[in-house]
Design a protein around this ligand. Sequence first.
Ligand code: PMP
Length: 437
Amino acid sequence: MQSSHVFHRQLLQDMPVAVSGKGITLTDSQGKTYLDASGGAAVSCLGHGHPDVIAAMHAQLDQLAYAHTSFFTTAVAEELADTLIDTAPQGMSNVYFVSGGSEAVEAALKMARQYFVEIGQPQREHFIARRQSYHGNTLGALAVGGNAWRREQFKPLLIEVEHVSPCYEYRDKRADETAEQYGQRLVAELEAAIERLGGDKVIAFVAETVGGATAGVLTPVPGYFKGVRELCDRHGILLILDEVMCGMGRTGTLHACEQEGVVPDLLTIAKGLGGGYQPIGAVLAQNRIVETFRKGSGLFQHGHTYLGHAVACAAALAVQRVIQRDGLLAQVRERGAQLQALFQDAFGEHPHVGDVRGRGLFWGVELVADRASKQWFDPELKLHARLKRAAMAEGLMVYPAGGSVDGRCGDHILLAPPFISTPDELAQIVHRLRTAI
Ligand code: PMP
């Protein structure tokens, strides 16, 4: 019979078939089990089959699955919004629901643009973002993403974006500078880009607070984001932080920007928000942006059919309640320290592990051909993809990142185990990863 899912079949032809999940383990149709050390792609923060989330979704489904936002709001969407606002960075009392990470980034880009139109600065039309970043696959998100290889074949993209250097301490910090000085150098590079474009021509600087997906995990150096915030304020430029991957508790605080001491103008969240139980994302926005819309045209000119879907909101609300009830943010910090120690034991002297970096339960492992020179392996080897397969053979899911990135290549492995992982499970993860490497 002709399949209506040809693309799906082509892409997934070599994949095992997942049939069930419980805790941090997935089981395939052959009965083989896998430790979900990547949380899918930093999604499954509570693991699989969490009874409280499932019960909340069932209850909502029994009551009401869907009501279009042109006609109604729902109690569960309001409750989720209240919960997210209560725990949001200061001044962010507005939440806009979407169905995933790329949609969250699109909405944030459009919010920023509309804001400047409404305050009479329509000449602002540039975005600045960073190389080695990932913000999603829809056209706007793709344009701000800093991975030339992903963008190239879809040019011309719909918005013009200038890209500057990310925080990549392991490769780019000079031996003769401190981490703080390196951060200042990056801020100076951003300042030069702003001046080149014209400070009154730029809409926003877009960055992942902790980079993921493209180059393993890239953690910011101390003071970097404070410098970025000051620079944006000086030029009236908005700061959009994309925490689709690193947010919602993954790094040990609900929002990763809390650890940087900065509040963005717009903050995107998704992945861990629904914990894999439902697709859902959101943009948290500063009051002044939403106030501007209220006093101006009245509303944000945007919308999707499924925004605020009741079952998705029920899942996200249940995830938040479990995180709060079970003290899981503190647990992420504690388990993160355990994981770091396990990495140190396993890879501290490993000839092909150049760097292990991360926060909380969000870690990247960078592979090198040679530790001393930090030289990468030949990109043709596609080692990151091979390592993913080797790990799967060991019953371990780790997320591969790598290939050619703006002329820079590399092989990285991303780990984002569920917050509920036990110390024994973390030890198993590191043991299997070492075997796979
Ligand atoms: N932003 C970031 C930082 C991401 O990591 C991702 C997904 N990896 C996205 C946006 C896009 O999210 P989605 O795949 O849900 O569209």
